[in-house]
Design a protein around this ligand. Structure first.
Ligand code: HSE
Length: 401
């Protein structure tokens, strides 16, 4: 019997309990042992809930119970999740988490502590919700040198951008509607400014490099400046606009960034719509592979947490290999990264834009007050210099090669 404690009885925590109960026959068979939730830690009480009798308010009860060998941390945030996780690992109790913030900030340290104490710190649910992506990177693609990851890693922004694309609506209107329907948070900053996707690509980039890619070093831009007009131009070019989180291991350096990109219909990420997430991985032997599914939500995320619990049950007293050292990766300045850009300027800037950019391809959707165009391939630095010579722009969106 594997006795489990669940920290935080919110959306994901209650999902963990539900997944274990609903699929118990299959899960127990696959784990090789029965899983049982012994405690649920929460500040609140849950009168009437079938698991109300398992709720405790004192973490020490869990720490001091030698029967509890696996802890599901579904609290979110770094405080007190960091201290709780560290205390458990130091006692040799494995921790399975959905907490991307904690993994992005303290992942390599917690992985090391788990290793020193012959247990596991597993985080399949921290990126892409229910989509298997951590395990493929850690186990399935071990014969590869992975040199590129591109992801749609945030469901809220993908939902908003998809609606803007399909309905021709503006950002603010779609955000408000998404908030009213409960799809977007009342405080949507972490999603719409790209911070959530930044934490997630930091985790994937670290697994790709085997070293620590700090989220603070990743250039991050959100979707708040994307307008209905931008989508009009995108459609004219048979493209869409997606918030992409990407990293590239190149001869020129290790690049990582989060920003809205225009992508063509031919790209597999073009069709990833609504709340769905996808991760597009390039390996030097396999080439491209893509992992797609529900990146958020109670049961998909809980399913990934429980899959980690099953992994713990299959490896008693053993640490499952995970290559994520504490050594920092030098993330290259994006000014060196090269690509095409889509640019909108005022109609009276046409001549200065043509003089600054030379060869460009005009895109016309009949907005008389604007001149819009696609540049040649150039570095971010070169682009910034040219746009300054042009006298600024209404908006610019990077184009995915
Ligand atoms: N706010 C996140 C999203 C939840 O919208 O994708 C899952 O991490």
């Amino acid at each position: 019997m594997i006795q489990i404690a669940v920290l935080g009885y919110g959306t994901v925590g209650s999902g963990v309990v539900e997944v274990i109960e609903t699929n118990k026959t299959d899960i127990n068979k696959k784990a090789g042992e029965d899983l049982a939730v012994k405690y649920i830690l929460d500040l609140r009480d849950f009168p009437g809930d079938p698991y109300a009798h398992k709720v405790v308010h004192d973490y020490n009860i869990i720490l001091n119970d030698p029967e509890v060998t696996v802890i599901c941390e579904t609290m979110g945030g770094t405080k007190p999740a960091y201290d709780f996780t560290k205390q458990a690992l130091l006692l040799g109790k494995s921790v399975c988490t959905s907490n991307k913030e904690l993994v992005a900030v303290h992942g390599p340290e917690l992985i090391r502590i788990a290793k020193e104490n012959h247990c596991n710190y597993l985080f399949e649910a921290s990126v892409g919700g229910g989509i298997p992506i951590i395990r493929p990177l850690n186990y399935s693609l071990t014969a590869e040198k992975i040199d590129g990851i591109t992801g749609i890693l945030n469901g809220t922004t993908n939902y908003i951008l998809t609606k803007m694309d399909k309905e021709g609506a503006d950002f603010e209107d779609v955000l408000k509607e998404a908030q009213d329907k409960g799809y977007a948070e009342r405080n949507p900053e972490a999603d719409v400014e790209g911070y959530d996707a930044c934490r997630k690509i930091a985790i994937l980039s670290s697994l790709m490099s085997g070293k620590n890619v700090r989220y603070e070093d990743i250039y991050t831009e959100g979707i708040t400046k994307i307008s209905a007009a931008d989508f009009k131009y995108a459609r004219q070019m048979d493209k869409s606009i997606k918030l992409l989180a990407m990293s590239r291991d190149t001869e020129k350096g290790f690049f990582a960034m989060v920003a809205p990109f225009m992508i063509s219909r031919e790209h597999p990420l073009f069709s990833v719509n609504g709340v769905f997430n996808a991760v597009y991985v390039h390996g030097n032997m396999l080439g491209d592979s893509m992992y797609y599914g529900r990146g958020a939500g109670k049961l998909p995320t809980a399913s990934a947490v429980v899959s980690d619990v099953v992994d713990c049950a299959r490896h008693p007293g053993k640490t499952i290999m995970c290559f994520w050292d504490e050594e920092k990766v030098d993330v290259a300045d994006i000014s060196k990264a090269e690509r095409k850009f889509f640019v909108r300027v005022r109609a009276d800037q046409r001549e200065s834009a043509m003089a600054a950019f030379g060869s460009l391809a005009e895109v016309n959707v009949g907005i008389a007050e604007e001149f819009a165009f696609m540049t040649q391939v150039m570095s971010e630095k070169e682009f910034n210099e040219k746009i300054e010579k042009t006298g600024g722009c209404l908006n610019r969106i990077r184009i995915m090669a």
